[in-house]
Unconditional design. Structure first.
Length: 172
Protein backbone atom coordinates (compact mmCIF):
# COMPACT_ATOMS: atom_id res chain seq x y z
CA UNK A 1 0.00 0.00 0.00
CA UNK A 2 1.35 3.38 -0.95
CA UNK A 3 0.47 6.57 0.87
CA UNK A 4 0.25 9.70 -1.16
CA UNK A 5 0.69 13.16 0.18
CA UNK A 6 -2.11 15.43 -0.88
CA UNK A 7 -1.00 18.82 -1.98
CA UNK A 8 -2.63 21.51 0.00
CA UNK A 9 -4.18 24.21 -2.00
CA UNK A 10 -3.26 27.63 -0.86
CA UNK A 11 -6.45 29.60 -0.45
CA UNK A 12 -6.06 32.99 -2.03
CA UNK A 13 -8.83 35.48 -1.86
CA UNK A 14 -10.59 35.75 -5.17
CA UNK A 15 -11.57 39.28 -4.45
CA UNK A 16 -11.57 42.86 -5.33
CA UNK A 17 -8.83 45.03 -3.81
CA UNK A 18 -10.26 48.03 -1.95
CA UNK A 19 -9.05 50.83 0.26
CA UNK A 20 -11.09 51.40 3.41
CA UNK A 21 -11.37 55.03 4.48
CA UNK A 22 -13.34 57.00 7.03
CA UNK A 23 -15.36 60.18 6.99
CA UNK A 24 -16.66 60.93 10.45
CA UNK A 25 -17.91 57.73 12.05
CA UNK A 26 -18.55 56.16 8.64
CA UNK A 27 -16.30 53.64 6.91
CA UNK A 28 -16.36 53.38 3.12
CA UNK A 29 -14.53 51.25 0.55
CA UNK A 30 -13.24 52.33 -2.84
CA UNK A 31 -11.61 50.16 -5.49
CA UNK A 32 -7.83 50.31 -5.09
CA UNK A 33 -7.45 50.57 -8.87
CA UNK A 34 -9.41 53.84 -8.80
CA UNK A 35 -6.90 55.51 -6.44
CA UNK A 36 -3.71 56.83 -8.03
CA UNK A 37 -2.18 58.17 -4.83
CA UNK A 38 -2.90 59.10 -1.21
CA UNK A 39 -1.66 62.50 -0.04
CA UNK A 40 -1.71 64.65 3.07
CA UNK A 41 -3.51 68.00 3.02
CA UNK A 42 -0.32 70.09 2.88
CA UNK A 43 -0.41 70.86 -0.85
CA UNK A 44 -4.07 71.91 -1.04
CA UNK A 45 -4.74 75.29 -2.66
CA UNK A 46 -8.03 77.07 -1.82
CA UNK A 47 -10.31 77.73 -4.78
CA UNK A 48 -12.15 80.62 -3.15
CA UNK A 49 -15.91 81.16 -3.16
CA UNK A 50 -17.61 78.53 -5.28
CA UNK A 51 -21.13 78.59 -6.69
CA UNK A 52 -23.63 76.45 -4.78
CA UNK A 53 -23.51 73.61 -7.32
CA UNK A 54 -19.75 73.31 -6.67
CA UNK A 55 -19.89 73.82 -2.90
CA UNK A 56 -18.24 70.47 -2.32
CA UNK A 57 -15.11 71.65 -4.18
CA UNK A 58 -13.07 74.03 -2.01
CA UNK A 59 -9.50 73.15 -2.99
CA UNK A 60 -7.30 72.03 -5.83
CA UNK A 61 -4.15 69.97 -5.67
CA UNK A 62 -1.43 69.91 -8.30
CA UNK A 63 0.57 66.71 -8.44
CA UNK A 64 3.13 65.85 -11.13
CA UNK A 65 1.82 68.64 -13.36
CA UNK A 66 -1.78 67.51 -13.08
CA UNK A 67 -4.46 69.54 -11.29
CA UNK A 68 -7.06 67.70 -9.21
CA UNK A 69 -10.34 69.22 -8.02
CA UNK A 70 -10.69 68.19 -4.36
CA UNK A 71 -14.17 67.10 -3.32
CA UNK A 72 -14.92 67.44 0.41
CA UNK A 73 -16.18 63.99 1.44
CA UNK A 74 -18.24 65.46 4.29
CA UNK A 75 -20.22 67.67 1.92
CA UNK A 76 -20.60 65.01 -0.77
CA UNK A 77 -21.93 62.34 1.61
CA UNK A 78 -23.87 64.78 3.81
CA UNK A 79 -21.81 64.07 6.93
CA UNK A 80 -21.25 66.68 9.64
CA UNK A 81 -17.86 68.44 9.32
CA UNK A 82 -14.95 66.45 10.71
CA UNK A 83 -11.16 66.64 10.74
CA UNK A 84 -9.86 65.51 7.35
CA UNK A 85 -6.26 64.33 7.12
CA UNK A 86 -5.88 62.70 3.69
CA UNK A 87 -6.72 63.16 0.03
CA UNK A 88 -7.34 60.26 -2.36
CA UNK A 89 -6.23 61.19 -5.89
CA UNK A 90 -8.59 59.36 -8.20
CA UNK A 91 -8.04 58.46 -11.83
CA UNK A 92 -8.39 58.78 -14.69
CA UNK A 93 -10.42 61.96 -14.05
CA UNK A 94 -8.82 64.94 -12.26
CA UNK A 95 -10.80 64.41 -9.06
CA UNK A 96 -9.55 63.94 -5.51
CA UNK A 97 -11.54 63.08 -2.38
CA UNK A 98 -10.78 64.60 1.02
CA UNK A 99 -11.27 62.01 3.78
CA UNK A 100 -10.61 61.74 7.51
CA UNK A 101 -8.29 58.78 7.36
CA UNK A 102 -7.23 55.56 5.71
CA UNK A 103 -8.06 52.37 7.59
CA UNK A 104 -6.26 49.83 5.41
CA UNK A 105 -6.23 48.03 2.10
CA UNK A 106 -8.03 44.69 1.90
CA UNK A 107 -9.87 42.40 -0.48
CA UNK A 108 -13.58 41.83 -0.62
CA UNK A 109 -14.99 38.65 -2.03
CA UNK A 110 -18.39 39.77 -3.17
CA UNK A 111 -20.28 43.00 -3.77
CA UNK A 112 -23.95 42.82 -2.90
CA UNK A 113 -26.55 44.98 -4.64
CA UNK A 114 -27.91 47.99 -2.79
CA UNK A 115 -31.11 47.37 -0.85
CA UNK A 116 -34.21 49.36 -1.81
CA UNK A 117 -33.70 51.49 1.32
CA UNK A 118 -31.00 53.38 -0.61
CA UNK A 119 -32.81 56.14 -2.46
CA UNK A 120 -31.98 59.12 -4.67
CA UNK A 121 -28.32 60.12 -4.99
CA UNK A 122 -27.22 57.22 -2.78
CA UNK A 123 -28.09 54.79 -5.57
CA UNK A 124 -25.42 56.49 -7.71
CA UNK A 125 -22.87 57.05 -4.94
CA UNK A 126 -22.40 53.35 -4.26
CA UNK A 127 -21.66 50.34 -6.45
CA UNK A 128 -22.98 48.02 -3.74
CA UNK A 129 -22.28 46.76 -0.24
CA UNK A 130 -19.41 44.57 0.94
CA UNK A 131 -18.84 42.57 4.09
CA UNK A 132 -15.50 43.42 5.72
CA UNK A 133 -14.70 41.83 9.09
CA UNK A 134 -18.39 41.31 9.92
CA UNK A 135 -19.18 44.93 9.04
CA UNK A 136 -21.22 46.06 6.06
CA UNK A 137 -19.33 48.74 4.13
CA UNK A 138 -20.62 50.70 1.12
CA UNK A 139 -18.42 50.44 -1.99
CA UNK A 140 -18.08 53.96 -3.40
CA UNK A 141 -18.50 54.64 -7.11
CA UNK A 142 -15.39 56.74 -7.97
CA UNK A 143 -17.04 58.25 -11.06
CA UNK A 144 -19.82 60.17 -9.29
CA UNK A 145 -17.94 62.88 -7.43
CA UNK A 146 -17.77 65.29 -10.38
CA UNK A 147 -19.28 64.79 -13.82
CA UNK A 148 -17.56 65.74 -17.06
CA UNK A 149 -19.86 68.77 -17.19
CA UNK A 150 -18.87 69.75 -13.61
CA UNK A 151 -15.17 69.49 -14.45
CA UNK A 152 -15.54 71.61 -17.58
CA UNK A 153 -17.56 74.22 -15.68
CA UNK A 154 -15.03 74.35 -12.85
CA UNK A 155 -12.14 74.85 -15.25
CA UNK A 156 -13.99 77.68 -16.99
CA UNK A 157 -15.17 79.28 -13.73
CA UNK A 158 -11.85 79.26 -11.90
CA UNK A 159 -8.95 80.21 -14.16
CA UNK A 160 -7.37 82.08 -11.20
CA UNK A 161 -7.37 78.90 -9.14
CA UNK A 162 -5.63 77.12 -11.98
CA UNK A 163 -2.98 79.83 -12.33
CA UNK A 164 -2.46 79.99 -8.57
CA UNK A 165 -1.98 76.25 -8.14
CA UNK A 166 0.31 76.02 -11.18
CA UNK A 167 2.40 79.01 -9.97
CA UNK A 168 2.73 77.43 -6.53
CA UNK A 169 3.95 74.21 -8.13
CA UNK A 170 6.50 76.04 -10.30
CA UNK A 171 7.96 78.08 -7.41
CA UNK A 172 8.12 75.05 -5.10
Amino acid sequence: MRLLRHKRRVQRPLGYAVILFTIGDNTFAIGAAAVNEIQSLQELQPVGVTPRQFGKVRHTLTRDGRRYWVVDGNVHFGVMPTHSTRVLLLGPSPVALKVDGIVRMTEIGKVLPLPQAFQGDERNWYLGLALVDDTVVPLVNPEVFLSHYDLTSLEQSFPAAIATSDAARITA
